[in-house]
Design a protein around this ligand. Structure first.
Ligand SMILES: Cc1ncc(COP(=O)(O)O)c(C=O)c1O
Length: 456
């Protein structure tokens, strides 16, 4: 064949060859591949390398579509069954303004736990009255700001109620309040995130009539406007039972308030806490299952009470947990007489949950499939407890490899610190094939930003 003919034949073949080249996954598809444990596929591997090369590690990556999908799923499950419904986003789970902005665009209100979170919510565009402020220990400046803004104060003690009364009088305003009620329900979750049991520090107990007394006292205060009642029994709740028990108790209380004090609440907030699956195959109640189970309990309770307050919900983790991926790089691999450690460039300063309450996160080693062995993924913080994942069967890792830690979107970055003088990780928001930096990587100068003496 002449050279000319050969090149002509190649030209004709080329489009066919191109058509057979597998489509490269988008960044978002690569994230989904990591979920499905397909990070060995060359396209997914390339996507993670692209992210690490462009933004460095450790890197928090959030999947925009996942966040929006979770909000849509919750609205679809509860909306048709509860016509009087308001959903808030608990900012503490992930305080990145871009993430909050996505949930605000979904029509969600804001539930905050500090004046810093109030300021964050305002930055994102919330107005004071759209915010609910819950904390068991609010300082005078926090009360001042919240009352001035018309934010709903979720009152946690009689002491706080008196302080609100004084401040509202000073501002010549009526403070909008609800009480956080401790219903004495155990939702069977991790002890440290179990908030509605009797021994917890949170709320005014139904037990012993403390909650009732609070409403009775507040009713006699012209400085406060009682808007609702609140409870939050814990986090990472995977079964409906705790919610149903709580709803029954709270609705009976709603009736008691009306019958005995003639108080009608605008809302009853059943809190957040909806769990997500952290392990492969883990079964967790869906929003649909929760809404379906709650609907008859709600119906019965409001019928007994004789009126219907608006149902408020305020999840955090549910919206953002599964949307987050922490991408880290292997520094070294070390085998001791007992274990093999894969030492990565992030520790509990970046992801606190495993060290704080032995939380489990799935991990994926990018681009490797061979020679599996059981390892601990160890952090770079100088503390024995700094293990991100323990006893995991993973392909053999080498220095420079990338590891993805799944489901890191909730209580990940928001709990991170600069401990060991390590600047904070960067955060990117992925949509389709683009990754937008939504928080720049911390710099060394950030470590000294508020120190009295700056280094030369
Ligand atoms: C009062 C309150 N509301 C809502 C939440 C959000 O919880 P989760 O992220 O589990 O939905 C929390 C978190 O613990 C909380 O303390």
């Amino acid at each position: 064949m002449s050279l000319r003919r050969l090149s002509l034949a190649l030209l004709l073949l080329a489009p066919g060859l191109l058509a057979q080249t597998p489509k490269q996954p988008t960044l978002q598809e690569a994230l989904l591949a990591a979920r499905a444990d397909r990070v060995g596929t060359p396209g997914a591997e390339a996507a993670f390398r692209r992210l690490a090369d462009a933004h460095g590690t450790p890197l928090y990556i959030y999947d925009q579509a996942h966040i929006q999908g979770q909000a849509a799923a919750l609205k679809a499950a509860f909306g048709p069954r509860f016509p009087k419904l308001r959903i808030l986003y608990a900012l503490k789970a992930n305080t990145n303004p871009a993430v909050i902005g996505l949930l605000r665009a979904e029509g969600l209100g804001a539930e905050v736990v500090s004046v810093g979170e109030i300021e964050t919510a305002l930055q994102v565009g919330y107005k004071g009255p759209e915010i609910m402020f819950t904390s068991s220990s609010k300082g005078p400046a926090e009360l001042r700001r919240a009352i001035a803004l018309g934010t709903v104060l979720n009152v946690d003690s009689m002491d706080e109620l008196s302080q609100i009364q004084v401040e509202a009088r000073r501002q010549k305003k009526q403070a909008r309040i609800s009480f956080r009620i401790n219903p004495g329900v155990d939702p069977h979750t991790i002890h440290q995130i179990n908030t509605g049991i009797a021994e917890s520090k949170f709320g005014l107990h139904l037990q012993g009539g403390l909650a009732f007394k609070a409403y009775e006292t507040a009713k006699g205060m012209p400085e406060v406007l009682i808007e609702g009642a609140h409870c939050h029994i814990g986090s990472q709740i995977t079964e409906t039972e705790g919610y149903l028990l709580t709803a029954r108790k709270m609705l009976a209380f709603v009736k008691e308030l009306k019958d005995k004090l003639d108080i009608r609440l605008g809302f009853l907030d059943l809190g957040g806490g909806l769990g997500i699956p952290y392990r492969d195959g883990q079964v967790v109640m869906s929003p649909e299952e929760l809404a379906q189970a709650l609907a008859p309990v709600w119906k019965e309770g409001v019928a007994a009470a004789g009126y219907e307050p608006t149902l408020w919900l305020e999840p955090g983790r549910f919206f953002v947990g599964g949307a987050g991926y922490l991408l880290v790089r292997v520094n070294t691999v070390k085998t001791t007489p007992l274990k093999t450690f894969v030492n990565v460039d992030a520790g509990f300063n970046t992801l606190m949950r495993p060290a704080m309450y032995q939380a489990y996160h799935r991990v994926r080693l990018i681009g490797r499939t061979a020679d599996p062995l059981t390892v601990d993924i160890a952090g770079d913080v100088c503390e024995t407890g700094d293990i991100l994942a323990e006893g995991r069967l993973l392909p053999k890792a080498k220095a420079g490899d990338l590891v993805v830690i799944l489901d890191a979107g909730a209580y990940g970055f928001s709990m991170s610190s600069e401990y060991n003088a390590r600047p904070l990780a960067a955060e990117v928001l992925v949509s389709g094939n683009t990754a937008k930096v939504v928080r720049r990587r911390g710099q060394f100068k950030d470590l000294f930003r508020s120190a009295a003496t700056a280094p030369k």
